[in-house]
Design a protein around this ligand. Structure first.
Ligand code: DCP
Ligand code: MG
Ligand code: MN
Length: 340
C-alpha cells in the first residue's frame, strides 16, 4: 500500500488508517472518486496525529474529517472493524472486480468489460475470454505477481542485474528505485534505473536490448518480457525475473528505466515516487510556472488556449535531484518521506 509499511507498528492510528484505506480502495474500484478522495484526505490527517483518535467528537475537529467519517473513526477505534467495510466484502461483484484488477496491466475498464460479459473467475477468463499475451501471462503468474517482495530479495535481484551490467560495461550504473528506495519493508515489484555517464538513451537502448536483457534471460533470471522499448523509441522495459537455482523462488515483476546522465535527477524523483507524491510535486511546479517530468524541470513552457503545451520550454535542471527541489523552493525530502 501507499504507506510502504511505515505505519504498521508505529502509528497510533494504524488500524484505523488501514480500514479507511480499504474503504478508499473500494470507492476507487466503484469509481466513486469523491468518496475515495475524502477517505484519502482523512488518512493523511490521521497519519499526522501523535495519539490514537478514539472519539467522533475529537475526530470531527481535525482537518478533512466530516461528521460521518468521524463516526466511522470512532467505530473502528472501539470495535477494531467497520460494519460498512464488512458489507462491501459480501458484495460478489466487488470480489470479482478486485480479483480481475489484480491481473497485471488490467484496469477498471477492461475488468468491468469482462464482468459485463459474464466472467466471474480467473479460470473463466483463461478458458473462454479473448486474452492478450500479457493478460495471459498476468493470470498465469497471478499469485506470484500479487505477493509482496521482501526487501532482502529485492537486493538479491539487484546483485544479479548489477553484475550482469558490469560485465557488459563497467560504466553502467544500476540503482534500485520505487518503493525500495523509499525504504519499504516489502515491494510490489522491482524498479531499476539504468544509466551510464555520457550515454544517450539511444545508446542505452542498444545495450539493454542487445546485451543486458539477453544475458539475464540466458542466466534463467528473466522469465518473460511484458513490454519492451523498440530500437528507436521508449525507455521502459517490463517483465519478470526469478532467482535462479532456488526451489520455490517466486516470479517477480521487474521494471527497467533507461536514463541518460543529464536526466538522472528528474528520473530519481519520478521513479522514487510514490505516485501521489509525484502528482503533488508536479502540481506545485505548475503553480510556480514550471513543469516537472521524468526528464527534467522546465520553465517558459508555452501553452495554447486550452492549456495544451506548444513548446517544451527551457530546461532548468535535470541532473541533480537536490537542485530540482531547490529550484521549486521546497526543502529536500529524503525518499523515506515521499509517502503521501
Ligand atoms: N509512477 C508514477 N505514476 C504512476 C506509476 C508510477 O509516478 N502511475 C512512479 C512513482 C512510483 C514509481 O514510478 O513510485 C515506480 O512505480 P511502481 O508502480 O513500481 O510503484 P512503487 O515502486 O512506488 O510501489 P510498489 O512497491 O507497489 O511497486
Ligand atoms: Mg515498484
Ligand atoms: Mn514498477
Amino acid at each position: 500500500h501507499k504507506n510502504d509499511g511505515h505505519d504498521s507498528e508505529t502509528n497510533p492510528n494504524a488500524k484505523t488508517i488501514s480500514v479507511l484505506q480499504e474503504m478508499s480502495d473500494y470507492y476507487t474500484r466503484t469509481q466513486d472518486q469523491w468518496r475515495s478522495i475524502a477517505y484519502r484526505r482523512a488518512i493523511a490527517t490521521l497519519r499526522k496525529q501523535d495519539h490514537k483518535i478514539t472519539s467522533a467528537e475529537e475526530a470531527a475537529k481535525l482537518p478533512f474529517i466530516g461528521s460521518r467519517l468521524a463516526l466511522k473513526i470512532e467505530e473502528i477505534a472501539w470495535t477494531n472493524r467497520l460494519q460498512r467495510l464488512e458489507n462491501t466484502k459480501l458484495e460478489q461483484s466487488d470480489k470479482v472486480l478486485k480479483a480481475f484488477l489484480g491481473i497485471y496491466g488490467v484496469g477498471l475498464s477492461q475488468a468491468s468489460m469482462w464482468i459485463n460479459q459474464g466472467y466471474q473467475t480467473l479460470e473463466d477468463l483463461l478458458a473462454h475470454a479473448q486474452l492478450t499475451k500479457n493478460q495471459r501471462i498476468g493470470i498465469e503468474h497471478y499469485e506470484d505477481f500479487n505477493t509482496r517482495i521482501p526487501r532482502a530479495e529485492v537486493e538479491e535481484h539487484g546483485k544479479i542485474v548489477s553484475s550482469a551490467a558490469h560485465s557488459i560495461d563497467p560504466q553502467l550504473q544500476v540503482v534500485i528505485m520505487g518503493s525500495y528506495r523509499r525504504g519499504a519493508e516489502t515491494c510490489g515489484d522491482i524498479d531499476f534505473m539504468i544509466t551510464k555517464p555520457g550515454a544517450t538513451v539511444y545508446e542505452l537502448r542498444y545495450i539493454l536490448l542487445d546485451d543486458l536483457i539477453p544475458s539475464l534471460f540466458a542466466q534463467d533470471f528473466l522469465q518473460v518480457a511484458l513490454s519492451v522499448p523498440s530500437k528507436t523509441d521508449g525507455s521502459k522495459w517490463h517483465g519478470a525475473s526469478r532467482l535462479p537455482g532456488r526451489d520455490g523462488a517466486k516470479c517477480r515483476r521487474v521494471d527497467f528505466l533507461l536514463v541518460p546522465a543529464e536526466e538522472v535527477g528528474a528520473a530519481l524523483i519520478y521513479f522514487t515516487g510514490n505516485d501521489i507524491f509525484n502528482r503533488s510535486i508536479r502540481l506545485l511546479a505548475g503553480k510556480k510556472g514550471m513543469r516537472l517530468n521524468q526528464h527534467g524541470l522546465w520553465k517558459d513552457v508555452v501553452r495554447g488556449r486550452n492549456r495544451e503545451r506548444i513548446t517544451q520550454g527551457t530546461l532548468l535542471e535535470g541532473r541533480s535531484e537536490k537542485r530540482i527541489f531547490q529550484l521549486l523552493g521546497v526543502p529536500y525530502r529524503p525518499p523515506e518521506h515521499r509517502i503521501c
